[in-house]
Design a protein around this ligand. Structure first.
Ligand code: DON
Length: 563
């Protein structure tokens, strides 16, 4: 329920919180602390800090931030979505990835995404019941709190619960997301009641309450994941999905389980990198691209020469992603994919003077991903760390509220290939390795990462669909090759991207001049302004020398420039 700004009366606690938010978004902290939280929304960052102040560790804070983001960025991630949590535990050096990725229901089959005439139905994986995979975030939060946290789940969910109950002011990004989806929101009475005022887009500062979501969070706080995956609440979600054309069954929800997976490890110029593993393509693709780049002196090159090598490395990594990667419980990638001798071969195929047309790198299929997501980075005073990237895929996911649960369901089914040969709605082809199937997890680009060198540890990640991997790669290059200045640039440096197919470079127009574009065109690259906004990277750097941690948030996100 949205109420207009005139009726908004913050309670004293909230007023304090808002004052803090305003200060924290406009100024860097006056002094660094041993702990830091970076997230896409100041109220979510405040939730993490509050839980740290209550004696929680980084894992509790990650639960608090993720749950708060589910409330204040309902279009980007949430209980109806999933994600990956990369963990480092200081006491024993344990490092792993909690895979809370959504999972296809058992009835999912490629043919179920076709229209009556046999053609692929472009909306089926994007909107309504067929688009929604079984959510992973509630199980992920419960797992993190129980296995790694210090505080009860209920304590860490406290700030999110309050935000859902008491409401919070609509900010520029929420406003743009609502505007982007307004027709679909208007077409559904429950969604309209929740996110519109009298059928219209709310004003900036209007207050958004989510009482049903608060009730679902309350149940999660009281009895944990079973409150979501079993019993009457689960049944109400199933009914809603089936009424919207989907095929969820009780067993799909009751059998959902997070997976603990080994993280992907590799080095780049001596820096040790730990990041998401399959079913995120991020780790393997980054390992491949950075190993290729290690063979070129990119740090000392002119910008367009550096960009040429980065683009060619990305082209090769994304080609292999599309050929070989999928849910590791069903499809094993070739063992040589991240090996140094293979990187050497791939680097040798780079022509320093000319773009390699993707069609000449023996044709391979590719994939498409959506336009929303969020990332949080946390370091606590004990040295525990979390990098988590969470998603419902497109803004507002499947644009489907699961009955009266307040849970907005993801449209992560669109991250699968629905047909290994046909092109999808975006003109991109499918792949066999990532073909939709019962119980599978769709291939992702989400790449939470830790980068460690003599100076300290950088915890980073970003939303951005298929461009996540290139953004994290550019962030790592800036950090490792860029010295002290590089740290500031990690979240703010201009972005460019290549993903093998379509065979073109997308770039951020504010970041590169006409000479850069002309120099790349002269090498045969097709260079285009990116259609979508870039970012919203969130990083924390822990400085080994001082023991202090500092948060860095993407200025594009702070400026509300993300839709
Ligand atoms: O898992 C993935 O790769 C996508 N569902 C992420 C979507 C995304 O980052 C969109 N961001 N702006």
């Amino acid at each position: 329920m949205v109420t207009s700004p005139a009726r908004y009366r913050p309670g004293p606690l909230l007023a304090l919180l808002l004052a803090w938010v305003l200060l924290s978004t406009t100024q860097p902290p006056a002094h660094a602390a041993p702990a830091a939280v970076a997230s896409a929304h100041p109220l979510a960052t405040a939730a993490g800090e509050a839980v740290l102040a209550q004696g929680g560790n980084a894992f509790d804070a990650a639960v608090a931030v993720s749950a708060a983001l589910a409330v204040v960025e309902p279009y980007a991630s949430g209980l109806g979505g999933g994600g990956f949590f990369l963990l480092h535990r200081a006491s024993d050096g344990l490092e792993l990835m909690v895979d809370a990725r959504e999972t296809a229901p058992m009835a999912a089959r490629p043919e179920r995404f076709r229209a009556a005439d046999g053609s692929l139905d472009p909306k089926a994986s994007l909107l309504g019941g067929r688009a929604a995979a079984i959510p992973g975030l509630p199980a992920g939060l419960d797992h993190l709190a129980r296995r790694y946290g210090r505080l009860p789940l209920a304590t860490s969910l406290g700030p999110a619960l309050r935000l859902a109950h008491e409401g919070f002011p609509v900010d520029a990004r929420l406003l743009s997301a609502i505007t982007f989806r307004q027709e679909l929101l208007r077409a559904d009475a429950t969604l309209a009641a929740r996110f519109l005022i009298d059928g219209r887009v709310p004003e900036l500062g209007a207050r958004l309450h989510q009482p049903e979501l608060a009730a679902t969070l309350e149940a999660l706080a009281a009895t944990g994941a079973p409150s979501f995956y079993q019993g009457p609440r689960a049944q109400r979600m199933i009914d809603a999905v089936r009424a919207a054309g989907g095929w969820w069954e009780a067993a799909d929800l009751s059998s959902y389980a997070v997976r603990e997976r080994e993280a992907q490890h590799f080095t780049y110029h001596g820096a040790s990198i730990t990041c998401a593993s399959l079913p995120s393509a991020g780790g393997l693709s980054l390992a491949q691209a950075l190993q290729i780049l290690e063979r070129f002196p990119v740090a000392s090159l002119a910008p367009a020469e550096r960009a040429h090598r980065v683009i060619e490395a990305l082209r090769r990594a994304y080609q292999d992603r599309a050929r070989y990667l999928g849910d590791p419980d069903f499809v094993q990638p070739p063992a040589w994919l991240a090996r140094a001798d293979y990187a050497q071969q791939r680097a040798a195929s780079v022509d320093l003077a000319r773009a390699t047309p993707s069609a000449q790198l023996d044709a391979a299929p590719t994939f498409h991903e959506g336009d929303n997501t969020t990332h949080l980075s946390v370091v606590d005073a004990q040295g525990n760390r979390v990098a988590a990237t969470l998603s419902v895929n497109f803004p507002f996911g499947a644009v489907l509220l699961a009955g009266d649960t307040g849970v907005l369901l993801n449209n992560e089914m669109d991250d699968f290939s629905l047909d290994p040969t046909a092109r999808n709605a975006y003109g991109l082809a499918g792949s066999v390795a990532n073909l939709v199937g019962p119980g599978r997890r769709p291939l992702s680009s989400m790449t939470p990462a830790f980068v460690e060198d003599a100076r300290g540890v950088l915890v980073l990640g970003t939303p951005g669909g298929s461009r996540i991997i290139s953004m994290v790669l550019l962030g790592i290059l800036d950090f490792v090759d860029g010295g002290k200045d590089g740290l500031e640039r990690v979240v703010s440096a201009p972005r460019f991207h290549h993903q093998f197919l379509p065979d073109r470079v997308e770039y951020e127009p504010e970041g590169f001049g006409p000479e850069w574009v002309r120099a790349l065109e002269a090498k045969g690259h097709v260079v285009q302004v990116g259609r979508r906004r870039w970012g919203n990277m969130q990083a924390v750097f822990w400085d080994r020398a001082t023991g202090e941690a500092q948060a860095y948030s993407d200025p594009r996100g702070k400026a509300g420039l993300l839709f």
